[in-house]
Design a protein around this ligand. Sequence first.
Ligand code: FAD
Ligand code: NAP
Length: 545
Amino acid sequence: MSAPTDRSRRLDVVVVGAGFGGLYALHRLRGLGLSVQVYEAGSGVGGTWFWNRYPGARCDVESLEYSYSFSPELEQEWDWSERYAPQPEILRYINHVADRFDLGRNIQFDTRVTAAVFDETLGRWRVTTDQGDDVSARFCVMATGCLSAATTPDLQSLRSFRGDWYHTGQWPHEGVDFSGQRVGVVGTGSSGIQSIPVIAQQASHLVVFQRTPNFSLPARNEPLAPDTQAEVKAGYRSLRDAARNSFSAIAVSAPTELALQVEPAERRRRYEAAWARGGLMSMTTTFRDLILDKAANDTAAEFIRSKIREIVVDPDVARVLTPTDHPFATKRPCLDTGYFETFNRDNVTLVDLRQTPITEIVPTGILTTDGVHELDTIVFATGFDAMTGPLLRVDIRGRGDRPLSDKWSAGPRTYLGIATAGFPNLFIVTGPGSPSVLSNMVIAIEQHVDWIADCLSFLAANGFDAIEATVEAEDAWVDHVNQLANATLFPRANSWYMGANVPGKPRVFLPYVGGFPQYCSTCDDVAADGYRGFRLAPGPAAGDG
Ligand code: FAD
Ligand code: NAP
């Protein structure tokens, strides 16, 4: 028998994806002495920050918190320039991390994992790629991201368009010069709302195609003063502890009051203060019942609507921009810099797709029921097949050759969002059923990867070779996740949290809404209890590669 080639190796772990998740998984698992290979579809590290290079892209969790916490040295040596760093700076940071921890040597870029099939006889995953790799691994870690499967509307006629078109999540590396162009942006989620003000400044004319108006809050982005940064760095451990102990893994104090408990004037004063401070958390943590009680939510929603009416000069435009079909924060609120103000510009037109839907793309632009909007370039800010999309785009097969797509046909089923029954030794980083997108994701990623690393250490130390969620534990977790979601206002919105943005996708609330601390303590208890809810099986000693 010939020796395995580099493309047909036997590994301890395959990690899919080289964003924040895959990089930290590589760092931790390699540190355990395991042989690890990362495959990444992009030509560099960074994941979200590698792909989303659209104008105005930046984080919406403050950079001092939206960064790795695992290395105090890394925390101290990196300086952030702004409260919310722009995409190029976040990408530079991730590249710095990859260099600093010498991660590149175990990452194969420009390689998409096409299939991962569990071989029950060998107890190993056979992982194949579009570059001809065919490797065998005991463990497979899917760090494929929650928001990495971009979706462009299925418009056959798009091919007929004579101009250029782009998706915000697959932006060209060389950038796009909109000077002198008539540009159309389709979509007013976070990506649209960040890019529209910047594109409007460059384009000769911008047409915004809006299907659903959105709640957006001012970012109040600003340069980070050196002494502010130094102060945070001096107390970084307590900031990180506060983050881990807060609902969204962001260091804010939990609100104690109910919105309707305070007088209207005082409530308004608090909302004004939150609006002036800017940021996601200021408004969402004003009162503790905003996401639980519709009447409470209405007070915040109405405050934001009043701000839109104040900012937007044309009352008809303001009305179209005003969200009324979902409670505030049941879709991820957007964070903007001058979004509503942009509609006061002479070179910006708003098209209400509820009144005049897109009929087709024509060679010269976008045809709605109201006529053709002539365009040179179209930007689709139309989002992602979130959370399940990146996983289901890989042909993952577990016991009995059962495809994950079959098991999840009515919605994802996981235990803790980390594992799924029938797929032994497969781990998902920030999978459906975990806090993931409802939290500061870097912190959520670290918690998942640490849990996985500890789990693999435990298996090795105790002579186990395999771990698999039981169906009973998974069923109970899925019920728990659903019960929590149903006690909130979240299911009232047609959001990507619910899978509602992808035609035919099952309507299931995808993330865990019980809060980060509660989730972490459950994960810790499960581990401390000998991995309760998992079946552990003995096998060859760890490190047999
Ligand atoms: P990703 O960064 O998505 O990386 C996954 C990687 O896996 C990608 O590079 C992809 O190419 C690769 N991949 C997927 N499938 C395959 C395959 N089959 N084979 C090979 N490679 C594959 N979260 C926050 O908490 N705060 C923010 O401010 C914030 N801002 C965001 C802004 C934007 C524009 C977007 C889209 C998301 C934002 N998020 C934010 C969420 C963000 O996705 C996470 O914070 C984080 O970057 C996710 O890291 P990840 O490694 O889990 O996934
Ligand atoms: P999104 O929130 O899903 O928004 C997509 C937008 O496109 C929505 O306005 C949607 O309208 C519209 N759309 C989709 N299909 C359409 C169609 N066929 N015709 C017309 N309109 C269509 O996607 P996103 O803006 O890329 O953001 C996704 C998530 O990524 C965010 O929620 C956030 O978690 C993260 N993100 C964060 C930041 C940040 O500030 N740091 C920036 C970007 C993204 P409907 O609402 O009617 O479906």
